[in-house]
Ligand binder design. Structure first.
Ligand code: UDP
Length: 313
């Protein structure tokens, strides 16, 4: 069993990764500056002697004593609302933070998986998106801070792989949802669920014809784990190919929540991608992976989570 460092370990996906690696018998060190992460996500892990938490900003330095077998680099704001509010931090963690994470992987001779994103495809002109598509990104638009940071992350990761022979893995993560998303992080799943559960208006941006494809976090974590321990150094899409319009998604969540909410329409954010769906043939072939949790089941489990949260507030 190994020793695994998880940057962004107190975040939504990061905290699920901490649980998974501890469950697999590894020692886990979570690093997070708690800018968008939350100590509550990992509070239940502190009793485990194999778990350590370091509250630290990885853009400045990343030092860990002792050996490391693997690094999962997940630190970054990830909601469009967050990276609009934190543009410089988003750019810094994707660039400087990634440099630190790769440097540490090299120093410790550890393998490293970096969290990239479907946003590297921008507002895609190829549909569904395959890994060999280079994307359609506006570098100076409001989303550019995230998209370009993650494109830089990929470039830096390939450079460390080619120049220093570091065992690198690049996951291009598509929309993911599940328990531990923040109620007010601004993404569509927490927004729609909290609005539906409170019988408030459900805010569809634009006319709701834009599409997304949603993957339950448990499925994603399985794909990430398989990718980490694989030999694949080229980017791999991880997501659920079930695609739907945001308007249909709003109605589905309202129905599943048994809500009386009305659907209302608001302005579409700048550069909001019109379509998004992963082509996961590479993940299927190389990792033998595909999502298992149906949208209805995943949404029901997530609604139950937000129900609990709302009761507690
Ligand atoms: N969206 C929406 N209402 C909301 C929040 C988001 O209609 O209250 C839309 C958003 O414009 C986008 C989609 O839902 O088309 C997914 O948005 P999210 O912020 O979750 O992430 P994105 O996929 O854009 O990165």
């Amino acid at each position: 069993m190994g020793r695994v460092l998880i940057t962004g370990g107190a975040g939504f996906i990061g905290s699920h990764l901490c649980e998974r690696f501890l469950g697999d018998g590894h020692e886990v060190i979570a690093v997070d500056n708690l800018l968008t992460g939350d100590r509550d996500n990992i509070a239940h892990l502190f009793v485990n002697p194999k778990f350590t938490f370091l509250e630290q900003d990885i853009t400045n330095y990343l030092y860990v004593a002792g050996p490391l077998d693997a690094i999962m680099h997940f630190a970054s704001p990830a909601s469009p609302v967050d990276y609009l509010e934190l543009p410089i931090q988003t750019l810094k963690v994707g660039s400087l933070g990634t440099h630190k994470a790769l440097g540490l992987a090299r120093a410790k001779n550890a393998r490293i998986l970096v969290a990239s994103t479907s946003e590297v495809y921008g507002d895609p002109l190829v549909h569904p998106q395959r890994e060999d598509y280079w994307g359609n990104v506006n570098p100076i638009g409001p989303r550019g801070v995230y998209d370009e940071a993650k494109r830089f992350l990929e470039a830096m990761t390939m450079a460390y792989h080619r120049t220093h022979g570091v065992k690198t893995r690049i996951a291009r993560i598509f929309n993911t949802y599940g328990p531990r998303m923040r109620m007010r992080d601004g993404r569509v799943v927490p927004n729609f669920m909290c609005q539906a559960l409170k019988d408030e208006a459900i805010t569809v941006y634009g006319d709701g014809s834009q599409t997304r494809s949603f993957c339950f976090v448990e499925d994603l974590v399985e794909g990430l784990t398989r990718l980490l321990w694989s030999d694949e150094s080229m980017p791999v899409n991880l997501g659920n190919p079930t695609e739907m319009s945001i308007h249909d998604f709003a109605v589905k969540i309202r129905d599943l929540a048994g809500s009386k909410s009305q659907v209302v329409f608001r302005d579409l954010p700048v550069d909001d991608p019109k379509v998004r769906q992963p082509d996961i043939s590479r993940a299927r072939r190389i990792l033998g992976w595909e999502p298992k949790v149906s949208l209805d089941e995943g949404l029901a489990r997530t609604i139950a989570f937000f129900q609990g949260k709302l009761k507690a507030t």
